[in-house]
Design a protein around this ligand. Structure first.
Ligand code: AHR
Length: 524
């Protein structure tokens, strides 16, 4: 009996939710009221040396039967090229503070095997090192965001790494790079000075970290001649991973009075959606609408978190010279059964796609200060774009959000007002609809609408001022259940589909499905 009830409970939890009568929402968009640029770097990725993120996910080696180019899998490269990934953060995360770059250069057979002590104590062959990372970036068409080791490394080690990557003059390190197959200096767009230095990066106090930051900022230089002026490498300091503001206060107060000898261009911020607290315990599949709503409610805290840190930054940097860089964010669920818990493997459902859209919209609303973000993580780890298993690859619902949001890369933010009201799940109230609008470089207007309500469609009626709009077309991402996923066997369960919309007398009308993300182009 008990077993039967448990079984029935499980079925109820995973059954598609019922569709109820439509709600209505009036949006109003004034295309003449343009705001900040939605920096394309907000769509950055994070690829840590963790589990199967790099090894298997990207690197299979040149001798692998899996089709590859110089060891980097072709299927993954093709999928990522389509996302126009602006930057990739590497090699960590916590791993960055145990990484010693010299072990990952030179002929493959001569690289030492080391331990990846941070993530599972597994053997690291070091086959994927600096030159392979740069090759990967060149293949997908992206920029490097390198995190240097300040926890167990030295300023000299980091300075030499940057010299190896960026020196054009014939120094010993530049010659070593040339001998390893790359005569021209690499570009390094961003340098992270440490990672979570208040925890896994060395458990430092803010004052101690600040003294390290000044040293690394001064001595670790980018020597690439093409990066000396406007296109300089941006230096990103460790920022908070908690809502308290004292760390930000220490760094920004010092920054306000900094002299010529050191500087930063960004302050990092880490915030994961972990609805039930640490350790992460929410399942990534097989959940129902109450877990769905709880997760979305928890992810919306990002807005308040950013605001708190921005208030402090505004005090010391009213001109917003220092960017807030959310270089780790996303859903952190329980590890999938049967996987190594240190590898942080989880499935990726429609819920995660909706969560991604809500966060991207929050970043866009803070675009004057938040100018870069990196979802954790790119492949096979946490809220990834792609899952692989040997020769198989599947694109996740979150991947499709990034694809649908391409028009917002470098678009100009356009404010949207809405009267959509709230959606109640138990005692939790959530906004029924979230929306984002932007004008792209060609002056085209794009509108994104997230319907959080898992049961009710919403009839959208949007008034558009400041621009003549005659037609609209777009696509929507939804599925039968909040926990619908793409698998190797059924890769097209959650994929975007065309949506029909009409425009009459400058008003857009369209029906958005329950639990969906829709992006439309409004055409003149
Ligand atoms: O993304 C996984 C880990 O989460 C990163 O290594 C670390 O920076 C954070 O705590």
């Amino acid at each position: 009996m008990c077993r039967l009830l448990l079984g029935l409970g499980f079925i109820a939890a995973v059954l598609p939710v019922s569709v109820k009568a439509a709600e209505t929402a009036h949006l109003s968009i004034d295309a003449s009221k343009a705001g900040a640029k939605i920096d394309r770097n907000l769509f950055g990725q994070f690829a840590e040396n963790l589990g199967h993120g790099l090894y298997e996910g990207i690197w299979v080696g040149p001798d692998s039967p899996i089709p590859n180019t110089r060891g980097i899998r072709n299927d993954v490269v093709t999928a990522l090229r389509a996302l126009k990934v602006p930057n990739v953060r590497w090699p960590g995360g916590c791993f960055a503070d145990e990484y010693h770059w010299r072990k990952g250069i030179g002929p493959a057979g001569q690289r030492p095997a080391t331990l990846n002590s941070t993530w599972g104590g597994v053997v690291d062959t070091n086959s994927f090192g600096t030159d392979e990372f740069m090759d990967f970036l060149q293949q997908i068409g992206s920029q490097a965001y390198v995190s240097v080791n300040i926890g167990s490394g030295t300023p000299r080690e980091a300075a030499e790494w940057l010299e190896y990557m960026t020196a054009a003059l014939p120094t010993a390190l530049a010659k070593e790079r040339a001998a390893n197959g790359h005569r021209d200096p690499y570009k390094v767009g961003f340098m992270g000075v440490g990672n979570e230095s208040w925890s896994c990066g060395g458990d430092m106090t803010a004052d101690f970290y600040l003294s390290q930051l000044k040293i690394y900022s001064h001595f670790v230089r980018n020597d690439n001649p093409s990066q000396q002026d406007a296109k300089q490498m941006l230096k990103i300091a460790v920022g908070p991973g908690f809502p308290e503001t004292d760390w930000t206060e220490t760094i920004m107060k010092a920054w306000q009075n900094h002299d010529w000898s050191w500087n930063i261009d960004g302050l990092s911020l880490h915030w994961y959606t972990v609805p039930n607290g640490w350790p992460p315990a929410t399942p990534s599949t097989g959940f129902g609408v109450s877990e769905y709503a709880k997760t979305l409610k928890s992810t919306l805290f990002m807005d308040e978190f950013l605001r708190k840190q921005e208030d402090v930054m505004d005090k010391y940097d009213p001109q917003k010279k220092v960017a807030l860089v959310v270089d780790e964010w996303g859903a952190w669920h329980a590890p999938l059964t049967g996987t190594n818990p240190s590898f942080l493997v989880q499935q990726n459902s429609l819920r995660d796609a909706i969560l991604a859209s809500l966060n991207l919209n929050i970043f866009a609303r803070h675009a004057d200060r938040v100018r870069m973000a990196n979802i954790a993580q790119m492949i096979n780890v946490l809220q990834s774009m792609i899952l692989t298993n040997k020769e198989k690859m599947v694109l996740t619902p979150t991947y499709y959000i990034y694809k649908m949001y391409l028009p917002f890369q470098d678009a100009t933010f356009v404010p949207v007002a809405s009267d959509a009201g709230t959606y109640m799940q138990g005692s939790s109230s959530l906004p029924r609809v979230d929306a984002l609008a932007g004008k792209d470089a060609n002056g085209k207007l794009w509108l994104e609408i997230t319907n959080l309500d898992p049961e009710r469609p919403v009839a959208i009626d949007a008034e558009i001022a400041g621009m003549t709009v005659k037609s609209a077309k777009g696509e929507t991402l939804t599925a039968s259940a909040v926990d619908s996923v793409n698998t190797f066997r059924a890769p097209n369960t959650v994929v975007p589909k065309p949506v029909s919309a009409s425009v009459k007398a400058g008003k857009l009308a369209l029906m958005v499905e329950p639990k969906s993300v829709t992006v439309v182009l409004l055409e003149p």
